[in-house]
Design a protein around this ligand. Structure first.
Ligand code: AMP
Ligand code: MG
Length: 324
């Protein structure tokens, strides 16, 4: 595996690897993605293999121009076009009926495909240079913590992939918001880097409960996901007694008001800023996971703006099947 800083040369090399069916990890504004040519079923199969991802779990296809979506999707309704106009490029994934160009392995056999146009300049340049849509889940092992730096990718996928492009830290730090568009209505499949409030300001109410008929299996809906290897629980309200002799770590939203008997404390946002907290979520969890702790306690954050995505990831990390 090679690890290169982003330069125009390394982007060219990465594009060539993708064209030849290889795998490249690259920065996006949400988290690092593990990219393969979305139109090459063998390359996509390698993504599933390397991530140890179950093949019922569909991938997001990344594009760099609006022309691409016309090739990938069949019915792009008015609401989809409105969302694309307002929020692309950016941390919003749209699920739409797929065209026959999209291999079944990408969508796990579903008749729909998830598409996103990232705003990160490196992601955008790489997709353009590759000249093909790029299927890219997060560049981590299935169900583990998502990577927001090249180092996180190296630790989990190391020699199993062809190249890591190091473009610094992913600025948003949580995955994209996934919206399914069906029968002229929008359904939230996964809260993420674009807040529900921002989306609803543009298209009105979004459905939070997904009807069973529209509910394909997806990682965002699996009960345990985004998990550290260290056991993690929510911090119960009120005064708590930690078990004697256990090494405890705490993931706090803001600085602690009272001292706690913890080995390590990670603060998501010194000022209580929810956007900063989202950007720090995975880096803090990676550090806690490496600290040799017996247990991690996580404090809840307010479910406003990106707080909804943070709480979703924490519910999944503790294995709580709630999504709201
Ligand atoms: P990630 O592992 O971060 O790439 O997550 C992919 C997300 O995309 C999942 O949470 C799914 O909800 C969603 N997804 C991808 N393709 C589809 C699809 N065809 N239908 C519904 N959800 C999808
Ligand atoms: Mg993922």
């Amino acid at each position: 595996m090679k690890l290169h800083k982003v330069t125009s040369q390394s982007i060219k090399e990465a594009a060539l690897i993708i064209q030849n069916g290889g795998l490249v990890a690259f920065p996006t504004e949400t988290v690092y993605g593990l990219g393969a040519d979305a139109l090459n079923p063998l390359a996509v199969a390698r993504v599933f293999e390397v991530k140890e991802r179950p093949n019922f779990d569909p991938l997001i296809v990344h594009i760099s121009s609006l022309a691409d979506i016309e090739r990938l999707c069949l019915k792009i309704d008015k609401m989809a076009r409105t969302l694309m106009k307002h929020f692309w490029p950016g941390p919003l994934t749209l699920v739409l009926p797929k065209s026959s160009l999209v291999p079944d392995i990408v969508t796990a056999g579903l008749p729909t495909v998830a598409v996103r146009m990232p705003s990160h300049p490196v992601a955008s340049e790489l997709i353009k240079a590759a000249g093909t849509p790029v299927a890219a889940p997060s560049a981590n092992l299935f169900s583990r913590l998502s990577p927001t730096t090249a180092k996180h990718v190296k630790e989990q996928l190391g020699d199993k992939i062809d190249l890591i492009l190091d473009g610094g830290r992913s600025p948003i730090g949580v995955e994209s918001t996934v919206i399914l568009l069906a029968s002229g209505k929008a359904h939230l499949l996964r809260p993420g880097g674009l807040s529900l409030e921002d989306i609803e300001n543009v298209i009105g109410a979004v459905k939070i409960q997904i009807p069973k008929s529209l509910s394909p299996l997806s990682p965002g809906q699996l009960p345990r996901h985004y998990s550290p290897r260290t056991p993690i629980r929510f911090l119960p309200p009120g005064k708590i007694e930690f078990e004697k002799g256990k090494k405890v770590g705490l993931l706090a939203f803001t600085p602690l008001k009272a001292k706690m008997p913890c080995e390590v404390v990670e603060i998501l946002s010194p000022e209580g800023d929810i956007v900063e907290a989202a950007a720090n979520l995975f880096p803090c969890l990676h550090r806690l996971d490496k600290a040799g702790l017996d247990i991690i306690y996580a404090e809840s954050v307010p479910k406003i703006g990106l707080g909804r995505a943070i709480m979703d990831r924490l519910y999944k990390a503790v294995g709580d099947s709630r999504s709201e």
